[in-house]
Design a protein around this ligand. Structure first.
Ligand SMILES: Cc1cc2nc3c(=O)[nH]c(=O)nc-3n(C[C@H](O)[C@H](O)[C@H](O)COP(=O)(O)OP(=O)(O)OC[C@H]3O[C@@H](n4cnc5c(N)ncnc54)[C@H](O)[C@@H]3O)c2cc1C
Length: 452
């Protein structure tokens, strides 16, 4: 970045200490957990922004976007950088727009909607909401660090999704304001179905600056683990809890052995050679859950109440994409996939995968509700990586037997598997970022449309 542009940017914020150029800082702010993928690792390691800017308020944010637009400088937005497939890694340099300081919770309305800035950390929102009798409907296992803006733009669901579905479902995301990257940036309110133009678009078609996020009434939760002799027993028990709406639950997770052996800090809950179910259940149903687990052949190995994000141990730290992290810590040859099994054919699908790949794939199931209200076995299996070809073979085979795969080893929206077929994200990009300056290179269909 040349001195003239730097001076220009410095004049836009009240304190030039919020314009960052030190190589080590830029390196950190330009990366996320892309290294989860052995395929993305070499492709993204050397990518970096040229400068990072940390706006404090809307005036500064608008000034930076206006300036970037006038000088045709790419802008990549950053929340907390916990994305796990390089969503916030700038492919073409330019400005990293770090929104960590725009983190205010404006209010929680009487009907349970949080109104906040994008940099607000989800853990802070969960803690504050619970003080007012509310809680997050769902959150990623990166609860403590992740920002709400990054979750909406880069995430999909998590703890709570077994009851409340994913981010795209059930009007959880009520509305947001988006700043465009037009000649003169505008602030555009998106409400109701219009939120789908921007949700999970990786900041390629607008910058979220004010968010209305629906909460759920707070529940007194207990975190439990149950050990089972076999994966089949653990799966069947957890499925019965997940699909039955009489159980009030926030997590319904199954780990095939040896995955639990990687959870070193909670080894007292693990039984050698056994699969593990991990459930967050309403405390008033704990006795009934224990009885159901025993009847299903399980041994309850832990049950303690959840007191908010600072609970220790916080068992969600072992679920969703954190499971992969523990496996990789134990053995760096592990990586993962993000799958959706069929609620009716899943046992046959498990069987086919085991027959073809043996223990190259280890089952880690996260039950979640889909947009039609059906609870399905989502999965983030732990996969032993050998070559990209073998990984692609596994992905293709999953798809051939009806297992949905959102591929976390690619760095474009379309290849990831969660790009909307109705193209509303592309249409929004054409409208709001016609010069393609926001997180360039991540929405391939935009490039294709421009080239035609
Ligand atoms: C260990 C681990 C566990 C995880 N578990 C889950 C999980 O359970 N569920 C899940 O969905 N994800 C999960 N993730 C992925 C990630 O943590 C979440 O999606 C998280 O919510 C991202 O938030 P962030 O603030 O870190 O976003 P970032 O990584 O900073 O950004 C994510 C994307 O959003 C864009 N963005 C950020 N802020 C804005 C904004 N204000 N406007 C527009 N675009 C913006 C960025 O450019 C980027 O493309 C996990 C990742 C890891 C490493």
């Amino acid at each position: 970045m040349n001195a003239e542009l730097l001076a220009g940017l410095s004049s836009l914020v009240s304190d030039s200490a919020r314009i960052l150029t030190a190589p080590s800082v830029l390196e950190r702010l330009s990366h996320d957990f892309y290294w989860y993928s052995p395929v993305l690792r070499p492709k993204l390691a050397n990518k970096s922004g040229d400068v990072a800017v940390q706006p404090l308020n809307m005036d500064e944010l608008l000034a930076v976007l206006r300036y970037a637009g006038r000088h045709a400088i790419p802008v990549t937005v950053r929340g907390a950088g916990t994305g796990n497939y390089g969503q916030c890694v700038p492919l073409e340099g330019g400005i990293v727009l770090d929104l960590a300081l725009m983190d205010k919770l404006e209010k929680i309305t009487t009907d349970g909607v949080a109104v906040c800035q994008p940099g607000l950390r989800l853990g802070a929102l969960e803690a504050e909401a619970r003080k007012h009798g509310w809680e997050l409907r769902m959150y990623p296992s990166t609860l403590a660090k992740a920002s709400i803006g990054g979750f909406l733009a880069g995430g999909s669901g998590g703890i709570g999704s077994v009851t409340h579905g994913g981010l795209r479902d059930f009007d959880t995301v009520r509305a947001f304001e988006v700043v465009t990257m037009e000649e003169e940036p505008r602030v555009v309110l998106h409400e109701g179905p219009a939120v789908h133009e921007i949700l999970h678009a990786w900041g390629t078609n607008g910058v979220l600056t004010r968010i209305w996020f629906a909460l759920a009434p707070a529940v007194e939760w207990t975190q439990c683990t149950v050990a089972f002799d076999t994966f089949d027993q653990a799966f069947t028990f957890t499925e019965s809890v997940a699909v039955n709406s009489a159980w009030t639950k926030r997590l319904a997770t199954v780990f095939e052995w040896p995955i639990p052996s990687y959870f070193a800090p909670i080894k007292q809950m693990v039984r050698a050679g056994k699969s593990m179910a991990l459930v967050m259940i309403a405390t008033q149903q704990l006795d009934a859950l224990r009885a159901a687990a025993a009847a299903a052949g399980g041994e309850a190995t832990f049950a303690e109440s959840y007191e908010g994000p600072r609970t220790q141990p916080l068992l969600s730290d072992y679920t969703w994409n954190h499971t992969t992290l523990w496996a990789m810590k134990a053995d760096p040859a592990y990586t993962y996939l993000q799958c959706g099994f069929s609620p009716t054919e899943c046992r046959e699908q498990f069987h086919l995968l085991r027959a073809r790949y043996g223990e190259e794939i280890l089952f880690h199931i996260e039950f979640m509700k889909n947009g039609e209200g059906v609870v399905t076995p989502g999965a983030i299996p732990v996969v032993r990586f050998t070559t990209e070809e073998r990984l692609n073979d596994m992905i293709a085979y999953c798809r051939s037997i009806g297992v949905f795969v959102a591929n976390p080893h690619v760095n474009s929206l379309e290849d990831g598997g969660r790009f909307r077929a109705d193209n509303v994200q592309l249409l929004a990009k054409q409208k709001y970022d016609p010069r393609g300056l926001l997180n360039p290179g991540k929405m391939l269909s935009f490039r294709k449309a421009v080239a035609q």
